[in-house]
Design a protein around this ligand. Structure first.
Ligand code: PHE
Length: 444
């Protein structure tokens, strides 16, 4: 039975647009290139793609199924589908992760906002990579302006969330993301025609497997979960707004494909330029911010495209931030019975305080960034698939996947993946990253 009082997305495109809006964001354009750059390039990309396929898609389907079955926020959902048990702890971790993520996410979104203003003022023009770096360092020093832009971003997010799902989220994602895609493709073209671009392509697509370490695999795992918004209840919450007649499998595959496409395109736009400008690929979180202005500088219509790009990036960040805040707000309103508007503002104030710490102290920023992606999300994902595969009941799972009346032919394969492949893969990556597999290997 569908609960008709609950807000829901208006159709397949609405859901895909909104969930893709959550998935596509700074994770693709800011985080993916910088983490790939730190982890040696192409080999990381391959592992990342593998993880999206064997872990991302199944975890997303499981989250959707749980959320849609329960028609509730993450914590409420687990309490409902697994009564008298402790599985709702996944939901609590998810709400915690939302706070963690949005706190550093808002900082990066703040940089994006500042870049929008700089682009508008035509401040990048004629600047050498060194000068852009100086500009970036200045801007990220945690000064007063950088705090103000973070607050502007968080307030914008809250305003949209306090309006509710349909009116707030759906309307914005549908039109704007395709425009962002077009600008990224143009950036790729410009970047690929720079002198020295080939080196960047080699870095991105020619794997050097000797570069794979426990840290590389863990970073690829974390990035896959982060980029697809998995493991913390965003997709469960959005799943609860998906109508029963829609196919969860098709939805998950479409979102994963579009998210991955944008990440790869971002890589193709960034790395040729990184090498052409002589920037260090392992530069860290500032990588795209020091690279992009140089590409726009050498582009016909660079002023127009840079302004449009940064505005759209802010919006992409907004649609992701909205989904993070929505996890917390759905929990506050449904479980704690706080009014939607009040709940939104309480959560926002908490996040704003954490975000200020992230802006001021790089160590806190990195700690939030790494812990949420590399530990909290994969752990959440692990628990979600273990629950869905072993404890929920395959009949219930199947009937939720087939709620649209269509037979799910891949069900057996899907169950095999969520029961064995996904949990073992995640556990192995965890063990490898702390050096356990090497120790065990010594005994054989
Ligand atoms: N996937 C979003 C991005 O790529 C970030 C995000 C992570 C959103 C986790 C929600 C949950 O920008």
């Amino acid at each position: 039975m569908e609960n008709s009082n609950r807000d829901s997305f208006s159709g397949q495109f609405g859901i895909i647009a909104a969930a893709a809006g959550s998935a596509i964001g700074l994770g693709n354009i800011w985080r993916f290139p910088y983490v790939l750059g730190e982890n040696g390039g192409a080999a990381f990309l391959l592992i990342y793609l593998l993880f999206v396929l064997i872990l991302g898609v199944p975890v997303m389907i499981s989250e959707f199924a749980i959320g849609r079955k329960a028609q509730l926020n993450v914590i409420g959902a687990f309490k409902k589908v697994a009564p008298r048990s402790y599985w709702y702890i996944i939901g609590i971790m998810g709400v915690g992760a939302a706070f963690f993520i949005l706190s550093f996410y808002a900082v990066v979104a703040g940089w994006t906002l500042e870049y929008t203003f700089l682009a508008l003022k035509n401040d990048f023009v004629g600047k050498t990579p060194d000068q852009v770096l100086e500009l970036y360092n200045n801007l990220t020093s945690g000064n007063c302006t950088s705090i103000i832009v973070i607050l502007i971003f968080l307030v914008l997010t809250s305003i949209i969330v306090s309006f509710g799902i349909k009116k707030g989220i759906e309307r914005y994602s549908k039109i704007l993301m395709p425009i962002l895609l077009v600008i990224i493709v143009l950036l790729c073209v410009r970047s690929l025609t720079l002198d020295g671009a080939a080196e960047g392509l080699k870095f991105l697509f020619k794997p050097d497997f000797s570069k794979i370490t426990g840290k590389t695999t863990l970073s690829a795992l974390g990035q896959a979960f982060f980029s697809l918004s998995l493991g913390m209840g965003v997709m469960a919450t959005y799943g609860s707004y998906i109508k029963k007649k829609e196919s969860l499998g098709i939805t998950a595959v479409s979102i994963s494909l579009s998210d991955t496409l944008i990440a790869i395109l971002a890589g193709v736009a960034i790395f040729p330029a990184v090498f052409a400008f002589g920037i260090e690929p392992a530069h860290g979180p500032g990588l795209v911010f020091v690279t992009l202005p140089g590409i726009f500088n050498q582009m016909v219509g660079g002023y127009f495209f840079s302004v449009a790009f940064f505005i759209l990036l802010v919006i992409a960040a907004l649609t992701s931030a909205i989904s993070l805040l929505e996890v917390v707000v759905a929990y506050f309103t449904e479980e704690l019975k706080i009014k939607r508007k009040v709940a939104t503002w309480i959560a926002t104030v908490g996040m704003a305080i954490l975000a200020i710490f992230c802006a001021k102290y790089e160590a806190i920023f990195s700690f939030f960034d790494n812990t949420s992606s590399n530990i909290m999300l994969p752990l959440g994902g692990l628990l979600i698939v273990v629950f869905a595969g072993w404890f929920w009941g395959l009949k219930t799972l199947r009937s939720e996947l087939e709620a649209n009346g269509k037979k799910v032919y891949y069900f057996k394969a899907f169950v095999f993946v969520i029961r064995f492949i996904a949990p073992i893969a995640i556990a192995l990556v965890f063990m490898d990253s702390i050096g356990l597999t090497e120790i065990i290997g010594r005994f054989f």
